[in-house]
Unconditional design. Sequence first.
Length: 467
Amino acid sequence: MLRRFPAGTRLYQQGDPADFVFVVVKGLVKLMLTSADGEETLLFVRGAGELVGLEPIGGLTRQASVYSVDDVVGSYISSGVVTRAVTEAPALCRDLVRELADTNAELAARLADYSTSARQRVARLLVRHGTAYGTSDNDGIRLPPLTQAELASAIGLSRRGMERALRELRDSGLVDLGYRQIIVRDLVELRRMAGVAAPETLAPARSSAGDPPALSDREPGTSRRKQPADELGAASRSREGAGSAIPHQVHVRLGAVSRTLSPGEEVTFGRSSRCELPVDTSDTGISRCAGVIRADNGTWFVVNTSVRHPLAVVDDIGFRSVLPPRRRCALQGRMRILLQGNAAKPHELTVEAPLAEHPSMEPMADEESAMAENAVLLTLSDRAVLLALFAGYLLEGEKYDPYPRTYAAAGARLGMEGTTVRKKVEHLRARLHAAGVPNMNGPAALTNLAEYVLVRRLITKDDLRSL
């Protein structure tokens, strides 16, 4: 059963009996080791899809305390279920061994960092946390909200040494600092300073806060190594009666190549020829492994696995949204994924995904009232003008253009003057405004009108045949 934990909640304490393993479904947790004199050391940060507290396998008590860094969703799995799953599932044993080997490798890398300067040590820590658990936005890569004292303890620095190193990085323009907030501005230069090579084709092995598990230690085109949390969660559901929705198949097409995916399968796409769906291998403006399509908890997602290049997702209505690196987007109905490289036009994947099922889609009373107020009768002439203006949203491939056309261009399609088109549109906006439709005036009125008519399907792709 899934449980939610607010930020700062202690999931278990060092020294407690170990009678369960915790599976992180969403959010981040931190493992803190307390010494005999009360000093705390940050051991690890763990995120979605990862296991915490494997002591029951070795018959140990809790070796560290675990706290939620942000709002966490997860599940406790009893030691009995863990023991039976390890005994009955050899694949799970192998994955747990790999998980422990990864942890040992992480510890070894951190010990090796002790031979470097304080500034380089901090740079390596920021690269490690940023690529594994950071979230990207317009400002850069935001690291998990850990204190500077916690970060200092992870790499054997004093708090003053940590503050001095962070100030140097800030003054160099590589990071921004705030209360419990570090934003990496220039990951490439930070990697160079840290002496860490950039990953050639893969997203980091750990996942971002709130994001799905990222690609693990594999090359594009090979099967994802199933994480221990996957199999252990499945064992727990079968033992304890919990379950989750299973999505239907999804169909993916890139040019003449198509794939049909069933639950548990995934497909990668990008510039590398080792991806299942390779895009133009000569277009260096596209990441080697640009993304992956996979199911999670009954829903199909596209995950942007690039470290720097965004993707664009176009829904069945024609609206385009940007998918930043390290983020994912749910796929429903017919959608398109655009990869903008160095070519003039983006490369396009077409996805046919099942629609989400909702218990009830009946509008509430106030929603019905609003729909009645917004109802405006459109004439055939109105529809023709709207279609000429907003056809770019409905077209696909190279002709897709999610912006309103000019009045002159729309008029040319209809055989009338642009001023006539403008007057018809202004009259329609005035009628909609009088009926209670918001945002029909102002500098963005034409774009808002496009959203209104497309969302309500007052014009559709079927209408394109009339142009």
